[in-house]
Design a protein around this ligand. Structure first.
Ligand code: GLA
Length: 389
């Protein structure tokens, strides 16, 4: 049964009626440009065809009854449209409550209750942005159901605000942007400083993009994530004493090399070095991809992982084992962690003909080194958040 049929029949079972409309938001992978978004640099993500589905219908009350097929044991959780404050016990529904509150705060009228069922195909905590996916599927659903005159870019910003101000993770805009603006078979080069963006066809003929899930949950991720942000802000503050800049993303290599001596703390210096050079690599990666220089593109991807391992220190044994084992395989173009790190997923670009062997070899080594299995999926690049018929 496909996902749409599944949510249709499950909706009927849970709410004893038919769903009126259906919505979808993808997950994302990032090809390169990691931990650059909140540093005002570039990112190069794409939306994937795996994502979050929602089925909905109005219910003639002022309550929303929310049900997730991923958290069946929690049953239906009721949310009062007049009481949208964050509550820990409301669990996963806080993401939807956050979006409801954002839209209402921005003056949009949401005055009718709904029954909504969610079904997510993205493993939680895998670093493929299941949270931004549920924010954006809620965004397009509310826009659709209430005929809201709201642009996708505003839903994206509201999703980020939910994450930052409601949930309390200080993340950048990459995930919501990729999930909102994704386009089939394209990656998005986004300048996170200006929000200017362009689509780049991912012409990797003869190759697969393989997602490799460490199956290690990112428990420490949020605190470490906020720590990295603070370290970069520290570096920026120091450089600002001599340089007229607003973000590390504005620095070219020459300027950074000239002024880096100002940063005395070795750890802070390493974090800044990653932010600056990762941004440069990302812009270069697009150029190389456009020119069809796949080898160089792959090399930049590998260099990104090395920098995230040695300078940004967000990889860990599991992600390193996947990437480093991947580099040794036949038919490999490049491999790196994707997303925040500290667990979650890595990606590898591998010749189609070598894919089966690749998965077998990397899987076996991972099991031997780590003691439990990794999961592998072939990523297909799909469209952004939308209504589905
Ligand atoms: C997480 C955040 C993004 C971005 C990445 C790292 O996915 O949500 O904003 O910072 O980590 O590149």
């Amino acid at each position: 049964m496909n996902a749409l049929d599944k949510i249709k029949s499950e909706f009927e079972k849970v709410f004893s009626k038919n769903a009126e409309r259906f919505f979808f938001a993808p997950g994302r992978i990032n090809l390169i440009g990691e931990h650059t978004d909140y540093n005002g640099g570039h990112v190069f993500p794409c939306a994937i065809t795996l994502g979050t589905y929602a089925a909905v219908s109005f219910n003639n009350s002022n309550k929303c009854s929310l049900y997730s097929m991923n958290f069946e044991s929690l049953g239906v959780i009721n949310v009062d449209l007049d009481d949208l404050a964050y509550k820990k016990e409301d669990n996963w529904t806080n993401y939807i409550k956050g979006m409801l509150q954002e839209l209402k705060t921005h003056g949009y009228t949401i005055d009718k209750g709904m029954d909504i069922l969610f079904y997510g195909e993205i493993p939680n905590g895998a670093g493929l942005s299941s949270s931004a996916s549920i924010e954006l599927v809620s965004g397009v659903l509310l826009k659709g159901m209430f005929n809201l005159d709201v642009e996708m870019i505003d839903l994206i910003k509201m999703g980020k605000s939910v994450e930052n101000n409601y949930i309390g993770v200080n993340s950048g805009i990459m995930d919501q942007f990729a999930i909102g603006m994704g386009k089939k078979d394209c990656a998005i080069l986004l300048d996170c400083n200006t929000l200017e963006y362009s689509y780049a066809p991912v012409k990797l003929d003869g190759y697969n993009i393989i997602i490799m899930n460490t199956n290690k949950r990112r428990e420490l991720a949020d605190s470490k994530y906020n720590e990295r942000r603070a370290e970069c802000e520290n570096a920026l503050g120091i450089l600002k004493k001599e340089l007229n800049i607003n973000s590390l993303g504005e620095l070219d290599a020459e300027t950074f090399e000239k002024y880096k001596h100002l940063i005395k703390d070795e750890v802070v210096l390493k974090r800044a070095k990653h932010a600056v050079y990762e941004n440069i690599r990302t812009v270069k990666a697009l150029e190389e991809l456009n020119k069809g220089n796949l080898e160089t593109f792959g090399k930049l991807i590998n260099e990104s992982h090395i920098s995230l391992k040695n300078d940004y220190e967000v990889t860990g044994k599991e992600l390193d084992t996947l990437a480093e084992t991947a580099w040794k395989q036949e038919g490999i173009l490049g491999a790196r962690m994707t997303g925040a790190g500290f667990g979650g997923c890595a990606i590898a670009i591998v010749k189609k003909a070598s894919t089966d062997k690749f998965i077998k070899n990397v899987g076996e080594t991972y099991l031997k080194e780590i003691g439990y299995s990794a999961d592998f999926y072939i990523a297909n690049i799909g469209d952004g958040a939308k209504e589905i018929i």
